[in-house]
Write a protein that binds this ligand. Structure first.
Ligand code: G3P
Ligand code: MG
Length: 245
């Protein structure tokens, strides 16, 4: 499966200028001129897919406790914007379906990161892929799924084989090629921190487009693009767009 990555992806929406993983954040990315956003999806206690990065509610809402131990109804009552800035007070934790609907309405593309709470890798990968496949129209290129959790990628493939997948890692492992092949992934996503030009050349030479995260400085982005990196995931996508090829 061939996937063309855009040169810039808004990280968790546009995390430097709007609360992460909210609909306001996705809209902010669009307003900044970004064509594609990344966001994280995990399951509530009652199995509802929501946008959230952390395993707990504490940092990005006015609630407390583990997402995996809290129902969707309880999470829906929380404020997910006021922690970031008063102008975002009243913003809610979006359900995955609401985020998909926003993509469909606006034409934004997405990299949907499957971010399971520990022990829920298979269940989360299957749910995310199933929901996306059921809701996404056949005549439009679907979002790219990615995950650090290989079990989630395996489950996503089983649930919706036609959805493209990317393997997400922090450090590039020696067996990156074997993992990509085994998981049938179309793209490779890694942290920019320990990356070097030779690794980028090897991955791209093997035919895998590369996304790197999280790069917020234009100078660093210029270097990475110079190495051949296809796509940069950024909290400040507008700064990276300014230097994108
Ligand atoms: O998908 C890239 C990036 O989002 C991975 O790290 O922790 O921000 O989800 P994290
Ligand atoms: Mg993420």
């Amino acid at each position: 499966m061939t996937v063309r990555l855009p040169s810039v992806v808004g990280h968790r929406g546009a995390a430097a200028s709007a609360p992460e993983n909210t609909l306001a954040g996705l809209r902010r990315a669009l307003a900044l001129g970004v064509r594609c956003v990344e966001f994280d999806v995990k399951l509530t206690a009652d199995g509802v897919a929501i946008l959230m990065h952390d395993d707990t509610l504490d940092r990005t809402t006015d609630g407390k406790g583990r997402v995996a131990a809290t129902t969707a109804a309880a999470i829906r009552s929380l404020d997910a914007g006021a922690w970031f800035a008063p102008e975002f007070a009243g913003e809610r934790v979006p359900g995955f379906e609401a985020a998909i609907d926003l993509l469909l309405e606006t034409g934004l593309d997405a990299n949907v990161e499957i971010k399971p709470c520990a022990g829920r890798e298979t269940e989360t990968g299957a749910a995310v892929a199933r929901i996306l496949a059921a809701r996404w129209p056949r005549d439009r290129a679907p979002p790219l799924l990615s995950s650090f959790a290989e079990a989630s990628l395996v489950a996503a493939r089983a649930a919706a084989p036609a959805l493209p997948r990317g393997l997400l890692v922090k450090h590039v492992p020696a067996d990156w090629r074997a993992r990509l092949d085994r998981l049938d992934c179309a793209t490779f996503h890694c942290s920019h921190r320990e990356l070097d030009a030779a690794t980028v050349a090897a991955v791209r030479g093997a035919g895998f487009p590369m996304l790197v995260y999280t790069v917020n400085e234009a100078e660093r982005a210029r270097t990475l693009f110079g190495w051949g990196v296809d796509c940069i995931c950024s909290d400040r996508p507008e700064a990276i767009l300014a230097v994108a090829p």
